[in-house]
Design a protein around this ligand. Sequence first.
Ligand code: ADP
Length: 251
Amino acid sequence: MIRFESVVKQFGDNVVLDHLDFEMAAGDRVTLIGPSGSGKTTILRLLMTLERVNEGVIWVKGSPLSHERKGERLVPASEKHLRKVRRSIGMVFQHFNLFPNMNVMENLTEAPVHVLGRSKTAAQERARELLAMVGLSDKETAHPTQLSGGQQQRVAIARALAMDPDILLLDEVTSALDPELVADVLDVLRRIADTTDIPMLIVTHEMNFARDVSNRVLMFDRGRIVEEGTPQQIFTDPKEERTRKFLDAVI
Ligand code: ADP
């Protein structure tokens, strides 16, 4: 589904990702862990096409995301190509970023109607399915300000899924929430993980969240994967000294 092929990303002389290779299959839920500055957010931003690679290629479902085909060759993607592929990536941020002047239903149907060209009826039907999935069927006409942070975050998850993305990126989605609201958001993500095969790429500092939702954990340090394994393996029996030190510091 997703492949990073020898991806290099640098800012000036600072090589943030150093020939990074990794793949995600349908149904994969991958959590990126590692110290601050190790390149995790940069990976999400590359997938969101907010940054461009310096070298290497990012593939989504066999098509280049970072590049476009010109005959046999791959050339760096044009803005037009990036705008198009951006639609296939769903992202949920720490701060919910709902459209404040729109109600929940409008938040969920805006992009499917205006960007994907779906009919309003079809978009609303899909929105209702997604609201049921995130447990907010009774909030169709509510405005974001009338919802708790946890509810807003569940709407944001539904809104990302309303575009039928090829991958769901979750960037610190529970870290701005009061502790008692975190469980509801995790339940929703677990339900999505159980009932769909959409790949999820997760950046979080909450190791319980990583353990609960993901099937693979990648430990990053200085733009390289230093260790990879199941949550069970990484959290209970890390092989690398670097991973052990990081986990000792955060858990
Ligand atoms: P993490 O998410 O693991 O904390 P980041 O991907 O945010 O790490 O950052 C990795 C490195 O890239 C850091 O050294 C950071 O300073 C640098 N960096 C990130 N974005 C930019 C940018 N827009 N301009 C310059 N340097 C950046």
